[in-house]
Design a protein around this ligand. Structure first.
Ligand code: NAD
Length: 288
């Protein structure tokens, strides 16, 4: 039997990177207890530091008080590896965008998490049905796709795998709404769901525009910002998302939909090969 929304108290988060620590921060800010995990102590500590810095910015803006910051941090425990997730009512996986890695993580989560726990993935593009197939609880596996940065962005895209139960889906929706997010359903579990099916080809096309020498990084971003009223240009956004993540999503679209229009731009591949992953590595289309 799946957990209903009211029964969700302890939230497990797999991955303490930019999405994982954002999810942990928001869940703890809305009263959930959180266990945030990663593969090393260094990674979880880095995640905690990011949360602390993000809460400090909210204090500066007078959105929260020092005392509220302490309360939020006191609700977040950390653990290296999956063993710390055994009591979680829902586990939200936000590890690197890689199919094999996610299959391995979900097979392990299925062993570790209690039978009633919901297993959610924050994947940007990978099939929820496929992820669910490595568990013995496919009705309790769901896509819960937060946007970056999690504390600021309102949307959570909800994705039903082929076997996701209504109960699981409704509990996930209720949890997202408890965190004051707007939950939008992607009716079909298809590569990229809604947001990345539309956003990533645009970003990839911006990289092609650069690759083909049509315009500079700054011109592409300025033209799209001022010409289409986007708050930031596509190359700035790609740097925010992470170029490795953008490339992984394009590969999922290309493989899953089989249309050459989704082929990743070779320049995007080159940047990832060079370790230019965007903001998180200090260099992408811009230097940080
Ligand atoms: P990131 O590189 O910032 O963080 C990934 C983290 O996962 C790292 O800390 C890494 O050490 C950890 N990790 C790797 N293997 C692990 C394992 N076996 N167990 C636990 N942790 C492990 O990446 P991110 O941007 O936070 O992306 C995470 C997920 O969120 C991806 O699936 C991505 O597609 C999705 N997502 C990203 C964005 C975005 O804008 N970056 C937006 C929505 C969704």
């Amino acid at each position: 039997m799946s957990s209903s929304a009211e029964k969700i108290r302890l939230v497990g988060v797999v991955g303490s990177g930019q999405m994982g620590n954002g999810i942990a921060q928001v869940a703890a800010s809305f009263g959930f207890d959180v266990v945030m995990t990663d593969i090393s102590e260094t990674a979880v500590q880095k995640g905690l530091q990011t949360i602390s810095g993000s809460l400090d910015r909210l204090i500066k803006k007078a959105t929260i008080t020092e005392d509220q910051k302490r309360q939020v941090l006191s609700r977040i425990k950390t653990s290296v590896g999956a063993s710390g997730l055994k009591d979680a009512d829902i586990v939200i996986e936000a590890a690197t965008e890689n199919l094999d890695l996610k299959l391995k993580i979900f097979a392990e989560l299925d062993q570790v998490a209690k039978p009633s726990a919901i297993l959610a993935s924050n994947t940007s593009s990978i099939s929820i049905t496929k992820i669910a197939s490595v568990t013995k609880r496919p009705t309790q596996v769901v896509g819960m796709h937060f946007m970056n940065p999690v504390p600021l962005m309102k949307l959570v895209e909800g994705i039903r795998g082929l076997q996701t139960s209504d109960e699981t889906f409704q509990a996930t929706k209720a949890m997202a709404e408890k965190m004051e997010k707007v939950f939008v359903e992607s009716v079909k579990d298809m590569p990229g769901f809604i947001v990345n099916r539309i956003l990533m080809p645009m970003i990839n096309e911006a990289v092609y525009t650069l690759h083909e020498g049509i315009a500079s990084v700054e011109s592409i971003d300025n033209a799209m910002k001022l010409g289409t009223n986007q708050p930031m240009g596509p190359l700035t956004l790609a740097d925010f998302i992470g170029l490795d993540t953008c490339l992984a999503i394009m590969n999922v679209l290309h493989d899953g939909l089989g249309d050459s229009k989704y082929r990743p731009c070779p320049l995007l591949t080159k940047y990832v090969e060079a370790g230019w992953l965007g903001r998180k590595s200090g260099r992408g289309f811009y230097k940080y």
